[in-house]
Ligand binder design. Structure first.
Ligand SMILES: *[C@@H]1O[C@H](CO)[C@@H](O)[C@H](O)[C@H]1NC(C)=O
Ligand SMILES: [Zn+2]
Length: 235
């Protein structure tokens, strides 16, 4: 695995929300071909690095080009911009991109290409991780639609839901046996599965407010999952 450089990610996130609102989901190929006009090659000055073959390399001199930070994760990972992703396909694409840009393959190349490969690798890594987990994928998709859930803000969830979370947290605090932990874990997993199915439907219907509400709930459960992991360590 590569080192987790997040700089590129943060810059990319800062760049994104504009101009993506309300776009219809794109087919894989359409997504890959869409986007900016071809820039010149930094190395040979050759015209236009085509989007074909991902535009990672100059067709003239084969030099690795800088990552296109305006490209969203769904496009990079060759997935439709939708909540439902084929995780096997996502994994294949990840491996395919790793074979193209992994820094190990650039040890004999120029420093510029080494730097670009690091940036590509970080971006690919972040894109893969973000799209793999339902919660981060949902939050990212929501963001592409111009909706964000501010960190640390208690978005209005109903009282009943908060009670449910409190009960689970209490159960977890009291859990003394592995069996008790397992039980809580399976409750939480079932909830996350159901919420994940529900948020998928909300996205299908372009109901982003609903999606936001459900993702907020998923985040509560995700916090519980983190606590379960922490509690497991000393066992
Ligand atoms: C999922 O949606 C169904 C139908 O709207 C609802 O009854 C159910 O409570 C939802 N599940 C969760 C965990 O919120
Ligand atoms: Zn070139």
């Amino acid at each position: 695995m590569w080192g987790g450089r997040t700089g590129a990610l943060l810059r990319a996130w800062g760049l994104w929300p504009a101009g993506v609102r309300g776009r219809r989901p794109l087919g894989c190929n359409a997504a890959s071909l869409a986007g900016n006009n071809s820039p010149q090659c930094w190395n040979c000055g050759g015209p236009g690095v085509p989007k074909r073959g991902d535009g990672f390399f100059c067709p003239q001199c084969r030099a690795l080009q800088p990552p296109d930070l305006t490209r969203d994760y769904f496009s990079l990972m060759d997935c439709n911009r939708a909540f439902a992703v084929d995780t096997a396909k996502l994994q294949n694409r990840y491996q395919q991109l790793q074979r193209l840009v992994h820094p190990d393959f650039f040890s004999q190349r120029s420093q510029t290409e080494k730097d670009f490969s690091e940036k590509h690798a970080t971006l690919v890594n972040d894109a893969y991780k973000t799209l793999l987990a339902p919660l981060s994928r949902g939050l990212y998709l929501l963001k592409l639609h111009g909706v964000e859930i501010a960190e640390g803000t208690d978005y209005a969830v109903d009282q009943q839901f908060l009670m449910e979370i409190m009960e689970i947290n209490e159960k977890l605090a009291e859990a003394q046996s592995e069996a008790a932990m397992k039980e809580i874990e399976s409750i939480v997993r079932a909830k996350q599965k159901e919420l994940s199915d529900n948020v998928s439907k909300a996205f299908e219907q372009d109901d982003f407010e609903k999606a936001k509400e459900i993702l907020t709930k998923m985040r509560y459960f995700s916090n519980v999952e983190e606590k379960i992991k922490l509690k497991k360590i000393p066992l």
